[in-house]
Design a protein around this ligand. Structure first.
Ligand code: GLN
Ligand code: ZN
Length: 759
């Protein structure tokens, strides 16, 4: 027998049961018991799925009410002071995750910061550390759930975020100390956790240390040795790494006092040889072959060929597993009724990945039926590789021509901006917004009626035109300089384009947890991407026809579309970005032809695509920047290209941001009080820039004075001739009332400043 397991299963439920139960509970519509029952059922179903597939172990501890890092903080009793109460309860957990509302206690204690889990689209709650942070076990979820799984008759392997990764992923909330100094105390708490698990009778504990895939400095690397020595676990420890290779740390890893190593080789099988060579002879090696973070069916025939010799070498010490937790893939492909049988045969969601792990394990153990099944399983992928509906020669040729040409605009920035000034005649400190306006209940109802076939196409389009006209009249009344149509026709800035471009598939239930109860349903790139027709021209032209002000066209950039969809695995990310660039370049061209003089190409995700290892980042940035530039390269000098990014850490990538060579960039700055402009000032960012002057995440209406101050602050760092005035991001989540008030204050502030500055 080959030991098989997965690193974790999605916790939202196949129909997002957890999401709906959580939101009902938060609204006070169901009891805590009802919420707990929902969680309990999801776990029971998940374990049964793994048991039915004959995995050697089912995984416990992968369930979280909000986020698994937050669960770890509670387990360790590390609750930020502002949320501390006598006893930690489920509501404490939600308060740390979501913030305490003003009405709760009058103090409105803020939620913990949330940030991206490595290079996935999952977000975790950042643990907070102080010099005197103490750790003690205060949350028994892990033990109770492990017991629940055992009582259901399963062989259980609990999973736990490892001490070093837990520390590393958190942050110091006071100055003058290093969170690594907390390690001895933290290890003491981990020892208690391990003892408890041992008392439950578990055989293996999966200890996740994903930071081993990063490039750690010496301090952190040596801390590993100390930590695992101190831990001295009696229960066997499977040290688990994922998302990238760990060979650069292999010499240190193999010194650790653990009993096995899990490696993610789904993207890179070449690193296996060295690992096998250096693996301590009493360790097991868990090979993460089945990609846990994409939707593609595994090539089991190929894996069988790769792993058979490994099996011969390691025997029972070889385990077969998913590369990472299946948290990052949708739950069940069988629920998809609208995909063709052929398309379905290319995919595997979490449930199917469990079967893949199992089948591969059986085949490696020598079962002839399993071996045959593995070979047959790969057939659809072989057929796909030959299909000219997937690999489109005409697109590949066009892309080739595009990338071998120049990605530069027709004129350098200085010439372009002069041409644009002449052509657009904008005032000092031009005002604009980022694209979307409130997605009102009306819009959402009409869209869902249309999608369900209850509202005809003509009626739906008519309704959308009404919303566009409404948005324009309001912007005119506010007296903004550059208007937008408001994006009423878009449910989502990526899905909208994915549905119009050929080469994408969308699913009905392909939801993946993003944070808390929030899920996203990324489209899937399945074939060479082709723009068969214009995607935004009609709406934008219509909007422009209603006003004499400039209408800004609105596109989502190639890198963002790539980062927020499931990519193909048979061509590179770079190639996908180039195909998207071609499609967008054609759209830019058509918009320009239709008389649109300002076009925004949003790239809020460009930073998210960064590889985990610093040494690989430059190459990514290079092709990502190039893809953006290619999409803008059809713009004439007098056509103004904007881009937008909504985050605040620009320091590391500022050169690449400048290299995009957009005429105008709008960014998030209001929450940091314009501090992030430092990066732009220090670098002497050459083009125009619109630092956000108010935070759209809050319903608060910023005062005119407050906005004026921010603009003045910005003007100290960026020459005023190059400044724009705009909010931090799109306004789709806001209501009209606060939006109109805020924008009115923004325009008033700008007008007053124009007088002051031109005096
Ligand atoms: N144009 C988009 C909007 O306004 C940009 C959203 C984003 O940056 N995430 O909604
Ligand atoms: Zn944004």
């Amino acid at each position: 027998m080959t030991t098989t397991h997965i690193l974790g299963f999605p916790r939202v439920g196949d129909k997002r049961q957890l999401k709906f139960a959580l939101e009902k509970y938060w609204r006070g519509e169901i009891s805590q018991q009802a919420l707990k029952d929902t969680g309990s059922t999801i776990r029971a179903v998940n374990w049964q799925t793994q048991a039915d597939a004959n995995l050697s172990y089912v995984t416990s501890g992968d369930f979280a009410w909000y986020d698994h890092v937050l669960t770890t903080s509670l387990l360790l009793g590390n609750v930020p002071e502002r949320h501390q109460s006598e006893r930690i309860t489920l509501d404490t957990l939600f308060r740390v995750g979501r913030g305490r509302s003003q009405s709760d206690c009058g103090c409105g204690a803020a939620a913990s910061d949330m940030t991206k889990w490595f290079n996935t689209n999952y977000h975790y709650l950042v643990p907070e550390f102080k010099a005197d942070t103490q750790f003690s076990i205060q949350w028994s979820q892990l033990f109770e759930e492990t017991k629940q799984a055992m009582e259901a008759g399963h062989s259980v392997k609990p999973v736990l975020l490892g001490p070093l990764s837990y520390l590393y992923l958190g942050k110091e909330v006071e100055t003058g100390f290093d969170r690594l100094s907390l390690l001895p105390r933290l290890i003491t708490a981990y020892q208690q956790i391990f003892t408890k698990l041992e008392n439950l009778g578990v055989e293996w504990i999966q200890v996740d240390e994903p930071i081993l895939a990063l490039e750690l400095d010496k301090e952190w690397r040596s801390a590993f040795k100390l930590a695992y020595q101190m831990l001295g676990s009696k229960t066997k420890v499977l040290l688990t790494t994922y998302f990238d290779s760990i060979n650069h740390h292999l010499d240190e890893i193999t010194q650790l006092e653990v009993d096995g190593l899990h490696v993610d080789v789904s993207q890179n099988q070449n690193c296996l040889d060295e690992i096998i060579e250096k693996l301590p002879t009493d360790w097991v090696l868990s090979v993460g072959a089945i990609n846990g973070r994409n939707v593609w069916r595994a090539d089991l025939a190929q894996w069988l060929d790769i792993l058979t010799p490994v099996q011969q070498q390691l025997g029972e010490r070889l385990w077969v597993a998913s590369s990472c937790s299946l948290l990052h893939s949708p739950v069940d492909l069988e629920l998809e009724t609208q995909l063709s049988a052929e398309t379905k045969s290319w995919f595997a969601f979490a449930k199917q990945k469990v079967d893949e792990v199992s089948l591969l394990g059986q085949a490696l153990a020598g079962s002839t039926t399993a071996i045959a099944a593995c070979r047959e399983y790969s057939e659809p992928l072989r057929a796909r590789a030959q299909s000219n509906l997937i690999h489109k020669t005409h697109i590949q040729q066009k892309v080739k021509a595009l990338v071998s040409g120049s990605s530069e605009r027709a004129a350098p920035f200085a010439e372009r901006i002069a041409a644009q000034a002449e052509y657009l005649k904008l005032p000092l400190l031009p005002t604009t917004t980022i694209g979307s306006f409130p997605q009102t209940a009306d819009i959402r109802l009409q869209r869902s009626a249309y999608r369900q076939g209850k509202l005809g196409e003509t009626e739906y389009n008519q309704a959308l035109k009404g919303h566009i006209e409404d948005a324009i009249r309001r912007q005119e009344a506010i007296d903004l300089d550059v208007l937008v149509h408001g994006e009423a026709e878009r449910n989502d800035m990526v899905e909208y384009f994915a549905e119009l471009l050929s080469g994408f598939e969308t699913t009905q239930f392909g939801w993946v947890q993003s944070y808390g109860s929030r899920c996203v349903k990324p489209a899937i790139v399945v074939a060479d991407i082709e723009r068969e027709r214009a995607m935004t021209v009609e709406w934008t032209r219509f909007a422009q026809s209603l006003t004499s002000k400039h209408m800004k066209g609105m596109l989502t950039g190639p890198v963002t579309i790539l980062c927020w969809t499931f990519p193909r695995e048979d061509i590179s990310r770079q190639q996908i970005a180039q195909q998207l660039a071609l499609a967008l370049k054609e759209e830019v061209s058509d918009l320009q032809q239709a008389g649109i003089n300002i076009i925004q190409i949003d790239e809020p995700a460009i930073r998210e695509g960064l590889p985990l290892k610093k040494s690989e980042q430059a190459e990514y940035l290079d092709w990502a920047v190039n893809a953006f530039k290619l999409s803008a390269s059809s713009a004439l000098p007098q056509t103004q290209i904007h881009t937008h990014m909504c985050y605040s850490e620009f320091n590391e990538i500022i050169e690449s941001v400048a290299a995009l060579d957009a005429d105008v960039i709008t960014i998030e700055t209001s929450r940091s009080n314009m501090e992030l402009l430092n990066a732009f000032e220090e670098f002497a960012y050459p083009n125009e820039i619109g630092p956000g002057v108010y935070d759209i995440h809050s319903p608060n209406v910023p005062s005119t004075e407050w906005i004026k101050n921010l603009i003045k602050k910005a003007a100290e760092q960026i020459p005023i001739e190059r400044l724009w005035v705009n909010p931090d991001c799109g306004l789709k989540t806001r209501g009209w009332e606060e939006t109109e008030k805020s924008l009115t204050n923004m325009v008033t502030a700008t007008k007053e400043l124009r007088k002051e500055y031109t005096k």
